[in-house]
Design a protein around this ligand. Structure first.
Ligand SMILES: [Zn+2]
Length: 189
């Protein structure tokens, strides 16, 4: 496994050998089987807390997925793409979805953004933005000099509402700055 630390930590990628890919495929398969069987069990619970959801039909549908030939490969390609070229976006960056890259890294037993909390990661994400030419030094500079400026919906609210949040936002940006400086020193040196 070759982890290629990117200047933007949310874009770090991992190269897998054929053996590692195969292990990943099997782990994903087990995970998906467990989920399907767990869901089926939930719909087969006749007497317990879930009894009101009892449904042979739904349980059968979950179990039918396990039998499908293509089941194991359904998401494999997507997750491999996340590992090899994707970027973190989801729970880990305060976006309202689960992060496929975090999930895939979890199956591999790695974490390329350890200690980066989601409400701090969102500042790291914003410092790089969507311009792939922004390097780590520029992102660090942006975080170091971060000054919140009212925009969007804030412009319609009384200025004191905005002001009330400024200290908190600056604190988060400061935490992002420290994390990124440490990342540069430990991963990119
Ligand atoms: Zn993530």
């Amino acid at each position: 496994m070759n982890i290629k630390w990117h200047e933007n930590p949310l874009r770090t990628t991992v190269e897998l050998t054929d053996n590692e890919r195969e292990r990943f495929r099997l782990k994903l398969k087990i995970d998906e089987y467990e989920e399907a069987v767990g869901m089926a069990a939930l719909y087969l619970d006749e007497k317990g807390d879930q009894a009101k959801y009892f449904s042979l039909e739904t349980a059968r549908r979950y179990l039918a997925r396990v039998q499908k030939e293509e089941f194991e490969n359904e998401h494999y390609d997507d997750f491999i793409r996340e590992i090899e070229s994707g970027y973190h976006c989801g729970d880990c960056t305060s976006a309202p979805s689960s992060c496929a890259k975090c999930y895939a890294e979890g199956l591999l037993g790695i974490d390329t953004i350890p200690g980066l909390k989601h409400d701090v990661a969102v500042y790291v994400d914003a410092a790089f933005g969507r311009d792939e030419n922004v390097g780590i030094d520029e992102a660090i500079r942006r975080l170091k000099t971060y000054e919140p400026v009212p925009s969007g919906g804030w412009l319609e609210l009384p200025p004191e509402k905005f002001e009330a949040n400024v200290d908190h936002w600056k604190k988060q940006a400061r935490a992002a700055y420290k994390w990124l400086v440490d990342y540069k020193r430990s991963r990119l040196a």
